[in-house]
Design a binder for this molecule. Structure first.
Ligand code: SAM
Ligand code: SF4
Length: 319
């Protein structure tokens, strides 16, 4: 279905839980995060019902995210049931990769098409500092496993931050020489915990590009969010996702469902509609979804306001 600005909205991102097994510095506070009660989180069948109705409105691409989606019991079942829906032709997950190595084959069998694994550093000590809890080896093992079993493409999400991992840019580029992955450098966004480090850590991709004239722009492949480049002869590629310095709202095709059942038309807007109240009435549920899609805001205002208007943070929305 098209929104009032003529954009075709065909992509639903779903946060299946706000719980996470890591505490990344730009996303979640180290202590004091109160997990939602199970009864406040959408159940498996409720998520499926929303996916099924969204499908009738032209949604054909689903991404399961979190918190950490792989801590959800039955995520494989959810993917399997989603894959049975005729109109859904793309099912992806965004994960921190800690639990993925052991689950990847089953998820692929269930119908998962592709993965984005978040990885901000290749240095084990920095990895501990950024994620506060994680084990880098587990994530690397997961990425290798996904490549071996043929999940395609494997994308790596890397939030580039001055003073944390900007000096590793070349190491990430080197990874793409032999690995068939797409490394997506994501600009830090002033939302949630990201607000606290935004001014000192923000980094625009132009700065990186300026120092790497060897990168070749990939023109023949379209991505609505990323500017794609590659090193000459490399097996992999890189993408820059720059929501602040290179805004892509005019091509945005997404809506977002949070784990509590609210639907957000834009990551950075205040607006959300609680779908839980309509779960027993398909007509009202359909109308609520239509309303959210039609009224999707034209754009965010991060560049001038320097802070997200969203009342929910990244681990509650899923990115
Ligand atoms: N736990 C999963 C993961 O880390 O991949 C999925 C949820 S996480 C919120 C989704 C993505 O949002 C991750 O790639 C993470 O790096 C990114 N993210 C979180 N907070 C961010 C921020 N303030 N700015 C930019 N990206 C952020
Ligand atoms: Fe968890 Fe993902 Fe947020 Fe890190 S970015 S704290 S892994 S939800």
């Amino acid at each position: 279905m098209r929104d009032s600005h003529g954009r075709n909205i065909n992509y639903l991102r779903i946060s299946v839980t706000d719980r996470c097994n890591l505490r990344c510095i730009y996303c979640m506070p180290e202590l004091g995060v109160e997990s939602l009660k199970h009864t406040d989180i959408l159940r498996f069948e409720e998520i499926l019902k929303i996916v099924r109705i969204s499908e009738t409105l032209g949604i054909n691409k689903i991404r399961y995210t979190g918190g950490e989606p792989l801590v959800m019991t039955d995520i494989d079942k959810l993917i399997y049931e989603t894959s049975k829906l005729q109109g859904i032709n793309d099912i992806a997950i965004t994960t921190n990769g800690i639990l993925l190595a052991d689950m990847a084959s089953d998820l692929k069998k269930a119908g998962l098409k592709r993965v984005n694994v978040s990885l901000d550093t290749l240095d084990p000590v920095k990895f501990k500092n950024i994620t506060r809890l994680g084990n880098l080896d587990k994530v690397i093992e997961s990425i290798d496993r996904c490549i071996i079993i043929g999940l395609k493409p494997v994308k790596i999400n890397t939030v580039l931050m001055r003073g944390f991992n900007d000096t590793e840019f070349d190491d990430f580029l080197d990874l793409t020489r032999e690995m068939p992955v797409e490394i997506r450098f994501i600009e830090l966004m002033p939302i949630g915990e990201g607000i606290k480090i935004y001014d000192k850590s923000k980094l625009s991709f132009m700065e990186m590009l300026k120092n790497h004239p060897e990168l070749i722009k990939i023109e023949d492949e379209k991505s609505s969010t990323a500017q794609l480049y590659k090193l000459p002869g490399a097996k992999g590629k890189i993408g820059f996702i720059s929501p602040v310095s290179h805004k892509f709202c005019s091509d945005c095709n997404k809506i977002r469902l949070t784990s509590t059942g609210t639907i957000k038309p834009c990551l950075h807007s205040k607006e959300e509609i609680n779908l839980r109240q309509y779960l027993n009435n398909e007509e009202m549920l359909t109308n609520a979804l239509k309303q959210v899609i039609f009224n999707k805001p034209l754009e965010h205002h991060l560049e001038e306001e320097k802070i997200s208007r969203s009342e929910k943070t990244m681990y509650q929305i899923g990115g």
